[in-house]
Design a protein around this ligand. Structure first.
Ligand SMILES: Cc1cc2nc3c(=O)[nH]c(=O)nc-3n(C[C@H](O)[C@H](O)[C@H](O)COP(=O)(O)OP(=O)(O)OC[C@H]3O[C@@H](n4cnc5c(N)ncnc54)[C@H](O)[C@@H]3O)c2cc1C
Length: 459
């Protein structure tokens, strides 16, 4: 018996796709198909995985998807992966690895498959630096399209404000340049709209003449959390715009690679980065050094290449439950709520509860407007819990309890880079109403068949 069906995946011909692209195409039974997300609980079963080698390959995948009523998602490093079903083609960008650093124009041309570490490695020997995030292992394009915030977000602003141009394949299969002087509306929407408006092939970004900073982290015993957090809140009110900080409640496992004085116990990390001269920066930090006795003081003059050491984010994939929210204000009451739900007597199982201070240059729109919203927020809260026994069952409720306690200090807004979700309501909270409507309108214009309408995109 033959069952007639209209579903694209039942009609699609893998031979046709292999014929259309020069990169490798993998079906689920092929050894190259496996694509590990950083959060390993995210389930992804695309119809095929394509290791594209250039813009034409991306365009061919988009055309194939349109012809077969399928969707197209992107994978660079998997740090922001969302669930994908069998109606999706997954474009893997690892082979788009072009990197050119130009010290005369102080810029870098960066292929979509590259991580920040590659740009840091190429630029810093020339005395130049990209405006990157806390984890150099994160993908450049994924971070920029989410309007990235790094450990110097107050001093330098969003990483997306340093983009000069993108080469992008839009949902209608066309390869376009998006820059302030060409396809300006795409240039606006690609910085904040994630993959809503296209698959980026490469970008040109500014490099700054920065060789170092004064920064790192002070670690305190978790029993001192209330004293440290209240001191941090009061101190942040006095911080100059060229100083950045975040505070993290950490319950790091007793595993190889975790520093012994932090492993298997509850600690508090006060991260700091300043572009002022070291003596002036140390004076700014001084009140936090005496907030409680530090168990580790790892703040010092650092080369820019050590920027990943400020947060010391995990580098290996893990099973996690995570959530985030922006705070409108950080008051003593905010801190009391946080200590109550995640402090030393809370019984919290959470790996990380982090407050990143915003403001400064982040609050000011870049030279060319972007779709990054909520620039007036005071801080970003990021929560991560490990979904492994014996705590897996309690992590989601513990996360929700922290968010509920912080709700009086938030409007529920979020940043795209801390919103790896396919839920339209959740994604919508990343944008103000105007931005959401404009992104959706641009998506309809450039992607009438909805080829890119999958994962974390606006429709
Ligand atoms: C440990 C860790 C630390 C982090 N630190 C920061 C930080 O300091 N600041 C910050 O802003 N964010 C941070 N993030 C969030 C990170 O920026 C986002 O998760 C980002 O989406 C990751 O991009 P990726 O390419 O590495 O991941 P992927 O999972 O490969 O991609 C995630 C999404 O990015 C988009 N994307 C990727 N490539 C392309 C492309 N070529 N064209 C169009 N869209 C594309 C797509 O929407 C894709 O679904 C962190 C995440 C982790 C896990």
């Amino acid at each position: 018996m033959t069952i007639e069906t209209d579903r694209g995946i039942d009609r699609a011909d893998i031979a046709e796709l292999r014929e259309a692209v020069r990169g490798d195409v993998h079906r689920p039974s092929d050894p190259g198909y496996a694509t590990i997300p950083f959060n390993v609980v995210v389930s992804r079963r695309p119809w095929a995985v394509i290791d594209v080698i250039d813009a034409d390959d991306v365009a061919a995948v988009v055309a194939f998807a349109a012809a077969n009523a399928m969707t197209v998602a992107v994978h660079a490093t998997g740090h922001g992966a969302t669930e994908l079903d069998g109606n999706t083609l997954l474009v893997r960008t690892g082979r788009l690895d072009r990197l050119h650093v130009d010290s005369v124009t102080r810029s870098a041309t960066v292929g979509a498959g590259l991580r920040w570490q590659a740009v840091i490695d190429a630029a810093t020997p020339l005395g130049l630096a990209p405006v990157c995030g806390s984890a150099p292992g994160v993908g450049v394009i994924g971070m920029l399209t989410g309007g990235g915030i790094g450990p110097m977000v107050r001093a330098l602003g969003s990483a997306a404000d340093y983009v000069r141009e993108f080469t992008v394949v839009t949902g209608d299969g066309r390869v376009r340049r998006a820059a302030p002087d060409e396809n300006a509306e795409l240039f606006w929407g690609l910085r904040g709209g994630k993959a809503t408006l296209g698959v980026v092939v490469d970008t040109v970004i500014d490099l700054l003449p920065l060789t170092g900073f004064y920064g790192g982290a002070l670690y305190f015993d978790g029993d001192d959390a209330a004293a440290v957090l209240h001191a941090w809140q009061a101190w942040t009110r006095t911080l100059p715009d060229d100083a950045d900080t975040s505070v993290a409640l950490l319950r790091l496992p007793d595993l190889p690679g975790v520093p012994p004085m932090l492993a298997g116990r509850f600690t508090v990390a006060v991260r700091f980065a300043s572009l002022a001269d070291p003596a002036a920066a140390a004076t700014v930090l001084a009140p936090m050094r005496t907030a409680a006795p530090p168990i580790l003081d790892a703040v010092a003059p650092m080369p820019y290449a050590a920027i990943g050491g400020i947060h010391a984010d995990p580098t290996d994939p893990m099973p996690v439950f995570e959530d985030s929210v922006l705070l409108r204000e950080v008051t003593p009451e905010t801190i009391a709520a946080l200590v109550d739900k995640a402090g030393p007597t809370s019984g919290s199982p959470l790996l990380l509860v982090e407050l990143r201070l915003l403001g400064g240059a982040f609050a000011r729109e870049g030279a060319t407007r972007s779709a990054l919203c909520h620039r007036g927020a005071a801080a970003n809260v990021q929560i991560v819990g490990v979904l492994a026994p014996p705590i897996a069952d309690v992590v989601p409720d513990a996360t929700r309890a922290v968010l509920a306690a912080l709700a009086p200090f938030s409007d529920g807004a979020r940043l795209p880079n801390f919103t790896a979700s396919s839920d339209p309501e959740t994604i919508g909270r990343c944008y103000d109403d105007d931005t959401r409507v404009w992104l959706a309108a641009l998506a309809r214009q450039h992607d009438p068949a909805g080829v890119l309408a999958v994962g974390q995109t606006v429709r």
